[in-house]
Design a binder for this molecule. Structure first.
Ligand code: MRU
Length: 356
């Protein structure tokens, strides 16, 4: 079983301690969340990020909110509403909060807080197990690709769907970790993922694990795919609609188009909690619009090694910042889930089986 080098979240007394991803890859700092407002801020400011992790943290957020409260319906409704409003695209958030609601609502107010910790812990443990299963199923896929190629396997990914984005070993990177643990030679192309550069988180993870990787500018992906320099693209997801259209970090769609044009398989790795049968197709997925400052400014280290934020463009230039895009199901070669790998034809059966 994969052990996270640093826990993305841990429960400590009546509060939650998370690894502050807003400070990575420059500083490794934990951040304590002692109130509902702390938890909501951590999710919306992306101190914690990645669809599965957001769901886990939101679940614990309900427990944090009910600690020291009467635990009545008003307190529960308030906690759920505040957490639900933090980020709109990753359906894992709503999924986890609906599950907390269904578990806690029938209970007496006095017992809800204790039950909330237990249920949140169950969600966390299930997420870790789902990641492990995604890794095992994805490993089968990578083995098959490698047999055909007979050399190091080159996987391209986007954003960060590694252990940082979950309570376990990640989704898109889980097959890579599983393959490396088995001794398969894998190289990962990591795209920067402007504007927030979550690709740097992926590079940081892979470097720590000793896995060969190469950082590329987002705009280089098309050329590499066209030249056949990647054998497969594997990305995570924030919400998969009933028809298989998939929302993921902005820039994913362009990779899917380029992979399709180049005949390179394009896989989505995600647990059942990322599938949303209530959203019929991609256009119905809410796409988060974040502040333009994320485009206008960039974070890095100065000459002394101190974290700094730099303005990239002169004052007065307008920017828009959609945080996600939607890849049509037709561009997806397969979904790597905890139940196995399937194409679009297997989606209806999967949704029926897991009943999310
Ligand atoms: O905005 P973020 O960093 O939370 O977006 C993350 C992604 O888009 C990931 O690819 C997705 O959540 C899957 S994480 C296992």
């Amino acid at each position: 079983m994969f052990t996270q080098p640093i826990a993305t979240l841990r429960h400590d007394g009546g509060s939650l301690v998370v690894l502050d991803q807003a400070q990575l890859p420059w500083r490794t700092v934990e951040h304590r969340l002692a109130t509902l407002e702390d938890v909501a801020e951590a999710i919306s400011a992306m101190r914690v990020r990645g669809a599965p992790l957001i769901g886990c943290v939101a679940a614990f957020g309900v427990a944090v909110a009910l600690a020291g409260e009467a635990g009545d319906d008003a307190a529960l409704d308030h906690a759920l509403a505040v957490l639900r409003a933090t980020r709109p695209t990753a359906v894992n958030l709503a999924w986890a909060l609906n599950r907390m609601d269904a578990c806690l609502r029938p209970l007496s107010p006095a017992t809800r807080c204790e039950a909330a910790w237990v249920e949140a812990e169950a969600i966390r443990a299930e997420d870790a197990a789902m990641c492990e299963a995604i890794g095992a199923h994805g490993l089968g896929l990578l083995r098959a690709l490698r047999v055909r190629e007979g050399r190091a396997l080159r996987v391209m990914t986007h954003c960060n769907a590694g252990w940082l984005a979950t309570a376990g070993m990640g989704t898109a990177l889980a097959p890579v970790y599983a393959a490396c643990a088995e001794g398969l030679e894998v190289e990962v192309f990591v795209s920067e993922t402007r504007p927030r550069n979550q690709g740097l988180l992926t590079a940081w993870e892979l470097a720590a694990a000793g896995i060969r990787h190469t950082l590329i500018a987002d705009n280089a992906a098309g050329l590499l795919l066209m030249r056949g320099e990647a054998d497969a693209v594997i990305v995570g997801a924030d919400r998969i609609a009933a028809n298989g259209d998939t929302a993921n970090k902005v820039g994913t769609y362009l990779k899917a188009l380029a992979a399709h044009a180049a005949g390179v398989p394009f896989y989505i790795a995600a647990p059942a909690s990322t599938f949303d049968p209530r959203t019929p197709y991609g256009e119905a997925i809410p796409v988060e619009e974040r502040t333009a400052d994320e485009v206008l400014f960039i974070d890095g280290l100065d000459g002394e090694g101190c974290p700094r934020r730099l303005r990239l463009v002169p004052e007065g230039i307008r920017a828009v910042n959609p945080a996600f895009d939607v890849t049509p199901a037709a561009l997806v070669s397969g979904f790597i889930t905890e139940r196995g790998v399937f194409g679009i034809e297997g989606l209806a059966g999967f949704l029926q089986d897991v009943q999310v």
